[in-house]
Write a protein that binds this ligand. Structure first.
Ligand SMILES: Nc1ncnc2c1ncn2[C@@H]1O[C@H](COP(=O)(O)OP(=O)(O)O)[C@@H](O)[C@H]1O
Ligand SMILES: [Mg+2]
Length: 402
């Protein structure tokens, strides 16, 4: 399947196109941008999603051409298919003159779109998109402190690093209660603050001094408690630019305070894992965070991880989904002993335990190896039979935004 992105300010046009593409099953639309993005937004989108084909509205041909130029520079080999409402001769001529070879217009015909995609695929087979930086950047965001976001981030990062040929990086971005250094017993005194200070001069000589290697995982911890510390969004962007070229997978553990630099990190991420527990305060704050992230156009980056889930949880995964208005990607068991034992030994949770296997499954998902959540789904059904469906956690009228 080709990875596609749509940039189209015309909502109706965009919806029609996406509908057709979904039906065709040749392109997976990884991102839809309902406006012409700024240069920076475009870069972020291309880096985070690494599309192979871009469907670009020519509503404003001049804006579209600026985007083509910038996109080709960032992602050589990216194929562009122009999209418009009309195929009048004047428009066609302008598109052809601009150098865009493919054009589809309303009413979208299956065969026309299929033919264009076949030509695009042939070019991509001969000359694949060259992405010299990874798109595998993931952020972990707790709905509320203590839900287990860091625990999952650390264990998933180690599970990723156990896979062959996975140079992976874990960055602790929690400047007030960063736990990664303690959890992995890291001695190095350099931290993300030192990386931020040197962000603009980062190179292959400075970097190895800043990170510590634990097994196959490089770790940049958050240093000592330092509420005054200032990490700016530009620092994060530079650190990520450098890291994307040097690692295959990058995992950022966020505090949950939604600092500006955290928002930047989420914009740069392929997925934002919002970690929740089946408890009212955690779910309440998760809903607020989801609404906020949606307002920042980050909604489709968010995937829910349900932690500390027990058969006897008062709120079932199905109810969590209902409350949050989106599916739970994976659930993780409650294993206090396993987590405690690992923590006191400075190790990760036993990979042979059930929780350890769940972390490995998340790692597979992150690496796009589609270790699907099928067993988890089975578990959902189990919960259905255990619990009444109508437990209401929020006052009437406070239904989750859909
Ligand atoms: N699946 C789990 N089962 C049992 N305890 C857990 C689990 N996940 C996390 N914990 C515990 O919960 C506490 C908070 O975890 P932490 O990862 O620091 O949360 P956060 O990063 O969301 O603030 C820790 O004591 C941790 O050991
Ligand atoms: Mg944490």
């Amino acid at each position: 399947m080709l990875k596609g992105a749509i940039i189209c300010p015309d909502e109706e046009l965009s919806e029609k196109l996406e509908e057709l593409l979904t039906g065709l099953g040749v392109v997976a639309v990884v991102r839809t941008v309902p406006r012409y993005p700024t240069g920076q937004e475009l870069m972020r989108m291309l880096r985070a999603h690494g599309p192979q084909v871009l469907f670009l509205s020519i509503e404003s041909l001049s804006r579209a051409l600026e985007i083509v130029a910038a996109a080709e520079a960032q992602l050589p080999g990216l194929q562009v298919i122009a999209v418009g409402r009309n195929a009048d001769p004047q428009t066609l001529l302008e598109v052809m003159r601009s150098g865009i070879r493919e054009f589809v217009s309303l009413p979208f015909q299956r065969t026309t779109v299929c033919d264009a995609l076949a030509r695009v695929k042939e070019i991509l087979d001969r000359r694949p998109v060259h992405l010299d930086s990874t798109d595998l950047v993931f952020t972990f965001l707790p709905s509320k402190p203590g839900v287990g976001s860091t625990t999952i981030a650390v264990n998933a990062a180690v599970a990723v690093s156990r896979q062959p040929e996975q140079r992976s990086l874990l960055v602790d971005c929690d400047m007030n209660s960063g736990m990664v250094r303690f959890l992995l017993q890291i001695e190095n005194n350099y931290s993300i603050l030192d990386a931020a200070e040197r962000a603009f001069q980062m190179d292959e000589n400075i970097w190895p001094q800043l990170v510590s290697t634990v097994g196959g995982l490089d770790v940049l911890h958050s240093g000592r408690l330092n509420p005054e510390s200032r990490v700016e969004p530009t620092h994060v962007r530079h650190i990520l630019d450098f890291s994307r070229r040097n690692y295959k997978t990058i995992i950022l553990d966020l505090s949950g305070n939604l600092e500006k630099f955290s928002i930047e990190a989420m914009h740069e991420s392929k997925r934002v894992f919002l970690v929740v527990t089946p408890e009212v305060p955690s779910l309440h704050l998760a809903r607020e965070k989801i609404a906020y992230l949606r307002s920042l156009d980050l909604g489709d980056h968010v995937a829910i991880l349900l932690n500390r889930c027990q058969k006897r949880s008062l709120v079932s995964p199905a109810q969590v989904e209902e409350l949050l208005g989106q599916p739970v990607l994976m659930t993780f068991g409650n294993d206090y002993q396993g987590v405690h034992k690992a923590m006191t030994a400075g190790k990760t949770v036993d990979p042979g335990s059930e929780l350890g296997r769940q972390f490995a499954q998340l790692a597979q998902f992150m690496l796009d190896r589609k270790a699907t959540a099928a067993p988890e789904k089975k578990r959902l059904v189990e919960y259905f039979s255990l619990l009444p469906q109508s437990v209401s956690l929020f006052a009437p009228g406070k239904k989750p935004a859909s």
